[in-house]
Design a protein around this ligand. Structure first.
Ligand SMILES: CC(C)(COP(=O)(O)OP(=O)(O)OC[C@H]1O[C@@H](n2cnc3c(N)ncnc32)[C@H](O)[C@@H]1OP(=O)(O)O)[C@@H](O)C(=O)NCCC(=O)NCCS
Length: 180
């Protein structure tokens, strides 16, 4: 897995030592609210850092100034592989919101995906209530292609009932990204 460098950031593979920085954000309810998982314990983060260190889909996003890991971008090829469709996702530490770091890192991963990984189409999905997420996708100039109604659930209520949620689907083609 290569290293991607931007003006302010280094994107690299995770290492097991990253668990503390992961814990700083994955332990927060506000961060995992729209994710398919709940908050992580320290133990969960230790295991997760080990798992991610051998998974090329997870890019650790670090500040150049001090090497602090401030979030992650997920970028994974979908099946069937011959469609060359990739999915992007992102989770950042709230202490670093509002600085354009997620935008800067996603732009770099998208560019890397189209140029180096031969992606043809990149998609993203988010809950319409997750405004920060779809605003990011629109800053990336991805197109909202669908609003699926109550198509999925990640969590259950206190009675054990599924909490069905809507999904926005976004996408961008390689030619669109490069303005061809
Ligand atoms: C989704 C998430 C990454 C967005 O974070 P974010 O801080 O809003 O996004 P960015 O880092 O790109 O920062 C953009 C903000 O910084 C501002 N900004 C400041 N400097 C900037 C710069 N150089 N470039 C771009 N934006 C900049 C923008 O105006 C924008 O602020 P606004 O929303 O008030 O207009 C974050 O909310 C998150 O991690 N959420 C929890 C996990 C999650 O829900 N993930 C998505 C699941 S689908």
């Amino acid at each position: 897995m290569a290293i991607i460098e931007t003006d302010r950031l280094i994107l690299r593979r995770f290492s097991p030592d990253d668990w503390k920085d992961l814990y700083e954000y994955l332990s927060k309810e506000q961060v995992v609210r729209y994710e398919p998982y709940g908050i992580f314990t320290e133990e969960d983060c230790k295991n997760e850092a080990v798992k991610r260190s051998s998974n090329e889909a997870f890019w650790a996003v670090c500040l150049k100034v001090n090497n602090k890991l401030i979030g992650n971008v997920y970028f994974n090829q979908q099946e069937p592989k011959e469609f060359s469709n990739w999915e992007i996702g992102y989770v950042f530490n709230p202490q670093y919101y509002g600085n354009g770091y997620a935008t800067e890192s996603c732009k770099a991963v998208i560019d890397y995906g189209f140029k180096k990984l031969k992606a043809r189409r990149i998609v993203a999905m988010c809950n319409p209530e997750n405004i920060a997420s779809w605003k990011l996708l629109e800053r990336l100039e991805m197109r909202r292609e669908g609003h699926l109604l109550k198509n999925i659930f990640f969590k259950r209520d206190e009675m054990g009932e599924c909490i069905w949620v809507d999904t926005y689907e976004y996408a961008i083609l390689k030619d669109e990204w490069y303005g061809l």
